[in-house]
Design a protein. Structure first.
Length: 276
C-alpha cells in the first residue's frame, strides 16, 4: 500500500528537476498526476528551460508505475490557462488531494540578471504563479470535504538574505521566495478549519537543471564570494542535494505522517540556514 494510494496530485513545473522527482515518486506511491510546465525558454532567463520532450518523458515515467498522467504545456503566469488545466484534470480524475506549487526559475545569471525584466520574471513566476496555482486548485480541495495538502517550493533564500550582488534578477528571486512564505501563512490560517494544510519547503542548492547548468557555473566563477556563501555545513556530495532528497520531505508533508503539520517553513538544507 502506497503513501498516496488513490489520490490525485497537481504539480507545476513538472517536466524536469524537482517537479519530475515529486511526480514520479508520488506515482510510485499510488497517485495519479495532473501537471504542467511552460516547455519554452524565457528571455529573462539565461539557461534553457524544459522542453516538450521533457514533459513527454515525465509522462512515461509516471505511467511506468501504472498511474495516469495528464500533463500539459502552460505558463504559470497565465491564470486562465492554469485554471483550465486544473478544472479539466479534476473533471477527468474526479478529485484533487495534493497541490505542489513548484514552478520556478533562476534569473540571476548573465546580462539578463541586470534588467528589470529579470526581477519581474522572478516575481511573476514564483510568487504570482504560486497564487495562480493555489487559487485555481482551492475550489476543488474545498468542495471535496476531505481536506488536502498544499506545499509551496521556496528556498533557503526565502529565509535568509545571503550575500549577493543585488541584481534585479536575484532580488526578484529573493522577493518571490520570501513572499510565498506570507501566502503560505495566510492560507494555512484561513484553511485550517477545512483540514487543508499549507506549508513551504526550503531546500538548499539542488542538483537540477535550474542550478546544474553552464550559466550558473559561470556565475559562481564570476562571483567567488557568493559561491563560498553557498556551502552547506553538513557534507553533501557535489555540494548539492538530489531532487529525491526534497521529494522525501514532500512525501512526509503530504502524507498522513504530516497530518498535523501546517503553517510550517519546512527546511531541507543540510544546516545552511542555521549556519547563517
Amino acid at each position: 500500500m502506497g503513501l498516496a494510494d488513490g489520490k490525485v496530485v497537481l504539480i507545476s513545473g513538472i517536466a524536469r528537476g524537482q517537479g519530475r522527482s515529486h511526480a514520479v515518486r508520488l506515482a510510485e506511491e499510488g497517485a495519479d498526476i495532473i501537471g504542467f510546465d511552460i516547455c519554452a525558454n524565457d528571455h529573462a532567463v539565461e539557461y534553457p528551460l524544459a522542453t516538450p520532450e521533457d514533459l513527454e518523458e515525465t509522462t512515461a515515467m509516471i505511467e511506468k508505475f501504472g498511474r495516469r498522467a495528464l500533463l500539459s504545456v502552460a505558463d504559470v503566469r497565465d491564470y486562465d490557462a492554469v485554471k483550465t488545466i486544473v478544472d479539466e484534470g479534476v473533471a477527468d480524475f474526479g478529485r484533487l488531494d495534493i497541490v505542489l506549487a513548484n514552478a520556478g526559475v533562476m534569473p540571476i545569471t548573465g546580462q539578463q540578471r541586470l534588467k528589470r525584466s529579470a526581477f519581474l520574471a522572478g516575481v511573476d513566476i514564483m510568487l504570482s504563479g504560486v497564487f495562480n496555482t493555489v487559487e485555481a486548485s482551492l475550489p476543488h480541495l474545498r468542495a471535496s470535504g476531505r481536506g488536502g495538502s498544499i506545499v509551496i517550493t521556496s528556498s533557503t533564500n526565502g529565509l535568509v538574505g545571503g550575500r549577493a550582488d543585488a541584481s534585479p534578477g536575484l532580488l526578484g528571486y529573493a522577493a518571490a521566495k520570501h513572499g510565498v512564505v506570507g501566502l503560505m501563512r495566510a492560507w494555512a490560517n484561513a484553511l485550517a478549519a477545512e483540514n487543508i494544510r499549507v506549508n513551504t519547503i526550503h531546500p538548499t542548492g539542488v542538483n537540477s537543471p535550474m542550478v546544474a547548468n553552464e550559466a550558473f557555473g559561470r556565475y559562481v566563477q564570476e562571483f567567488p564570494t557568493i559561491a563560498a556563501n553557498l556551502q552547506n555545513p553538513l557534507p553533501v556530495p557535489n555540494g548539492m542535494l538530489e531532487p529525491e532528497d526534497v521529494t522525501n520531505s514532500i512525501l512526509h508533508l503530504v502524507s498522513d505522517a504530516g497530518r498535523y503539520i501546517t503553517g510550517s517553513t519546512f527546511v531541507v538544507d543540510a544546516g545552511f540556514t542555521n549556519f547563517r
